[in-house]
Write a protein that binds this ligand. Sequence first.
Ligand code: AKB
Length: 347
Amino acid sequence: MRKRAVLITGAGGEIGHGLITRLAASTGAPPIVTIDLAPLDAPLTPYVARELTGSITDAALLERVLAEFEIDQIFHLAALLSTRAEFTPVTAHQVNVEGTLNLLEFAQREAESHGRPVVFMYPSSIAVFGLPDLETKRRAGRVTEDDWNCPTTMYGCNKLYCEHLGRYYAHHYKQLAAEAPAGRVDFRCVRFPGLISAATIPSGGTSDYAPEMIHAAAKGERYACFVRPDARIPFMAMPDGVDALLHLAAAPRERLTRTAYNLGAFNPSAEEIRAVVQDAFPGAEIDYVVDAKRQGIVDSWPADVDDRAARADWGFAPKYDFHRAFADYLIPAIRTRYRAGHETIGM
Ligand code: AKB
């Protein structure tokens, strides 16, 4: 007998930390199976029924999951982020695109084997947008999902293509086959802005200047911000990111008018972030050493996103605006984290 479970890839990453604890706390939640390249942090392991250490590019690993588990829901979080992907674009393609294709095929086979749709949750990103210059970015303002889909990064190209792959699996898979497949992938995607977590420090992203600035200040370390003071992109507090994934996963299929949804919460400039951080940690030493190339990537991302579709279709409503994110979540949680002198889990 195969056991029913939910699968999380890239489970040890930033989003995975928050998601595992939230999923495990929800009543009636199925057991959690995880895949990550590295072993999970010890505090997460009690929440997980089966932890698999390996790559999503390893077909044999996915075969093992298929043989043992009936998966109804997948949170496919594994990815190489935008800065890292620029240094190893072929590896990024292998992980971000080929890995996602493997997972979609896995989801299709799961659906065919148990006869129920498999909800496939995919975090995409504001990196799918590519604005050609600052004047266009200023004029564009809040971009809708279908505007400026011309990314300049490998990561953005990977994410945009995988949004389309997901749409293909959900709506057009094997459209010329004589008989319709027995099951289907219910692909649902959010485009995250820069996520800021109190529990983990990101690595490999280009929006990382915001969380890095906060964590450095809390640790009493000097921070050189790699973007200009006026750099502006959307951000979101991690609990709202996790909430969004869970809400969209639970939304009635018939309410969804799109496969990919913009999400926004607040969109401060780097200088506005520096000012709040400095307020909270008065001794913080934060200056600017602009990296023109990483700045170029941030300049190609929108200053804000239009997320009306997510709000209307499945009730997306972030709890944390800029002020609340810092006052009620980041500053208290980060203070506790570093005061305690050890890693805490949660969001
Ligand atoms: C990155 O900077 O690559 C990510 C993202 C915005 O998707 N945080």
